[in-house]
Ligand binder design. Sequence first.
Ligand code: FES
Length: 183
Amino acid sequence: MYSPSAHRDEQAPISMPERRSFLAVVLAAASGLVTAALAIPLMRFTTFPLRDSAETASWSDVGKIDEFNSLKEPLARVIDVKRVEGWRSSVVQNGVYVVPTGSGGLKVLSSVCPHLGCAVRWIDKQDKFICPCHGGTFTSTGVHVSGPPLRAMDELESKIENGILRVRFQYFRQLDAKKELVG
Ligand code: FES
């Protein structure tokens, strides 16, 4: 007598569905590995300019070192900074202060207020830096004196190269007592 289940059993062994699901798992795992293998280099490739800009901010010329040798108080300078965003690069201008340290040395401070990012101004008549936004004040070397900023003005990495004072302009986290690089 004809029995559908008996016929199906002869054509398709009981182990077939299990074998199929096992193969499906193996194929899915292999496909996942291939996707991951392709995605990792792709991620590195596409994010390279971002990582590069964060890790290796460009250097900008501030001026000939001779111009700053007899400096007695902070001097404002506008510098050209090359920014890399994705695959596009552009040049933006930023303000810095060249500051005599008192021992014959110099340091360069960012004009970006560590409170909320306004441009801090040097007021020579009052012998201090004042932020016009919320009244934060700093000494002539950038030490925080009063007002809402939680830390000193941010010193930028600088060096003298072939008689030129150069600076690496970077941004630091605002509203934070600790100086922490953000780009
Ligand atoms: Fe400078 Fe607020 S932004 S004190």
